[in-house]
Design a binder for this molecule. Structure first.
Ligand code: NDP
Length: 295
């Protein structure tokens, strides 16, 4: 079994970006700038903010955080987006999801300037995924495809089973794998909670990509001998044997499945790291796109 080391590959991507940013800034160009809009102040928000600030710093990007109270009104939030849409110094921004129930996610997402939509949430960017001419790809599917590409896993002609059909992970990932491209050309099956004979379908996969949000549900019976297994799930589960009282795991039972798979991603250290690196890739793309529009 070979471990698909998302942490190492993410570090490679960050080094490449940092080198290019340094050279641009040394030549008098602007510094890329990622903003994040966060609603609420819970632990997830704090972790997310820390990770954005730390990662941007690593590659030489500016980051700015717009933290709103949980009770922010829709008009106030839209006002922040209007400001970010206009601000020529901000190349891209993200909005932490899910939003509190009193806010219309649809209305808010539709207000994002598609050219700054580095999380690829705006309907026009999602639509372009289907036609294959998108500027951005959602960060987790992009990270997954980058990991596959940089690990030299062949997708052409392979049977990829994508477990999960969410709009941010499963569906875009399936589209990318089926795309006529060097990192696509696969035969793709999408599974979900209504799929019959799930084990049998998954066990036919050359590449099994799991994003179901069910901690360690996928055991060795779902996996063909010698398959590649990409675990996108991420969970914090109670574990009294650990100092912190919990451990992080994915949707796949790593110990069991890793004995059967040829390639597998760990959790943590797999797709999570690639997702953050992909956000940087998208921000850098937005930065370069802006320069082509202004020159
Ligand atoms: P969603 O909850 O939006 O979607 C889950 C999908 O899995 C749905 O399509 C659902 O089917 C399907 N599903 C759920 N339970 C089962 C089951 N028992 N059998 C078959 N299918 C099932 O999740 P997301 O796509 O947002 O996220 C998936 C996982 O990936 C989560 O663990 C999440 O934390 C993680 N994640 C990790 C990221 C990272 O950076 N590593 C980023 C984003 C997500 P149905 O449609 O029928 O309900």
């Amino acid at each position: 079994m070979t471990l698909l080391d998302g942490k190492q590959i993410a570090n490679e991507i960050k080094t490449e970006i940092a080198t290019e940013v340094k050279s641009l800034v040394d030549n008098g160009q602007d510094t890329p700038h990622l903003a994040a809009v966060i609603v609420g102040e819970d632990n997830a928000a704090k972790t997310y903010i820390n990770s954005i600030e730390r990662t941007c710093k690593e590659v030489g990007f500016i980051s700015s955080i717009y933290q709103c109270p949980e009770k922010v009104t829709e008009e106030e939030l839209l006002g922040i987006l209007d400001f970010l849409n206009q601000d020529s110094e901000v190349d891209g921004y993200i909005i932490q999801m899910p939003l509190p129930k009193h806010l219309s996610s649809k209305r808010i997402i539709e207000r994002i300037n598609p050219d700054k939509d580095v999380d690829c949430m705006h309907p026009s960017n999602i639509g372009k995924l289907v036609t294959g001419d998108t500027l951005f790809i959602p960060a987790t599917p992009l990270g997954t495809i980058e990991l596959i590409k940089r690990s030299h896993i062949e997708t052409e002609g392979k049977h990829c089973v994508v477990l999960g059909r969410s709009a941010i992970v499963g569906k875009p990932l399936a589209l990318l794998l089926a795309e006529k491209s060097a990192t696509g050309n696969a035969t793709v099956t999408i599974c979900h909670s209504k799929t019959k004979n799930l084990k049998e379908v998954c066990a036919q996969a050359d590449i099994l990509l799991v994003a179901i949000g069910q901690a360690e549900m996928i055991d060795a019976e779902y996996v063909k001998e010698g398959a590649t297994v990409i675990d996108i799930g991420i969970h914090r589960v109670d574990d009294s044997t650990r100092e912190k009282g919990y451990r992080i795991c994915g949707d796949v039972q790593f110990d069991e499945v890793s004995k059967k798979a040829a390639y597998i991603t760990p959790v943590p250290g797999g797709i999570g790291q690639m997702t953050m690196a992909s956000l940087l890739l998208n921000t850098f793309k937005a930065y370069k796109h802006k320069r082509t529009q202004t020159t």
